[in-house]
Design a protein around this ligand. Structure first.
Ligand SMILES: [Zn+2]
Ligand SMILES: [Zn+2]
Length: 253
């Protein structure tokens, strides 16, 4: 399985794009950025977005991609899959004909977007992938995902503070080869991380015992404003923890 990092950050900066990962060229896990890292034909090859929650730094690329589908002339729909409250937030908050066109009804006859509400902790198929959405602890309804191809897989936290169900579910699945976990703020902003339900390096250190053992931890979603400070603190944790590199492709088997 290939995981291409389209956006590694929790906000935008020069050369720093918001959170998005492309799995096996077809499935996006979050879509904070899409077109910034992909040419047009690569964008049009995408089938589905697994959306953790409705915050813009995970979503705005899907809004743009929907328009790209709509004007491409190809009669294909982009599926946006998420927990039901997240689908509702995206429908009413983004694709509402005020903030952005409602691409679930246009172009008429062949709409560019299809919503797929997901049931918590119920496995479903996204192309060749098996996906389990598990609710996590963020400031809005949010899920992490366990993504598996039948042989190997990874855990993706989405945005969350300390959490339980995701790690518990992940430990039940064989073949987990990586944990992708968010980290938004450095340790000195722990109060902000607490109210906004995000990780800091010290929180990740405490979460480690709950994660599947002996797999690499790949950290994403650091806020660009605190990148150097946060990356230094993560490096001091030691062990198999690394900040993901944007545009890199990680292969797991
Ligand atoms: Zn975020
Ligand atoms: Zn968020």
């Amino acid at each position: 399985m290939n995981i291409r990092v389209l956006g590694a950050f929790g906000n935008e900066g020069p050369g720093q794009r918001p959170t998005a990962f492309l799995v096996n060229d077809r499935t996006l896990v979050d879509a904070g950025s899409v077109a910034g890292g992909l040419c047009l034909s690569e964008q049009l090859a995408i089938d589905e977005v697994l959306l953790t929650h409705a915050h813009l730094d995970h979503l705005v690329g899907a809004a743009y991609l929907a328009e790209t589908f709509a004007i491409s002339g190809t009669p294909r729909a982009l599926t946006i899959a998420a927990l039901t409250p997240v689908v509702e937030a995206v429908r009413t908050g983004i694709f509402n004909n005020t903030v952005w066109p409602d691409f679930s009804v246009i172009p008429s006859g062949s709409p560019a977007v299809k919503f797929r509400p997901l049931v918590p902790e119920e496995e479903y198929r996204a192309g060749d992938l098996r996906v389990i959405p598990v609710p996590v602890d963020h400031s809005v309804p949010a899920a992490g995902f366990i993504v598996h191809d039948g042989t190997s897989g990874f855990v993706y936290s989405g945005d969350t503070g300390p959490t339980e169900a995701l790690w518990r579910a992940a430990k039940m699945i064989r073949g987990i080869r990586a944990v992708l976990v968010e980290c938004a703020f450095p340790n000195r902003l722990r109060d902000l991380a607490n109210v906004s339900r995000h990780m800091t390096p010290e929180r990740i250190q405490r979460e480690r015992d709950k994660m599947p053992p002996d797999v690499p931890i790949l950290v994403y979603h650091v806020k660009p404003a605190f990148f150097v400070e946060t990356a230094d603190e993560l490096a001091r944790i030691g062990g198999d923890i690394a900040v993901v590199s944007q545009d890199k492709v990680y292969s797991i088997y």
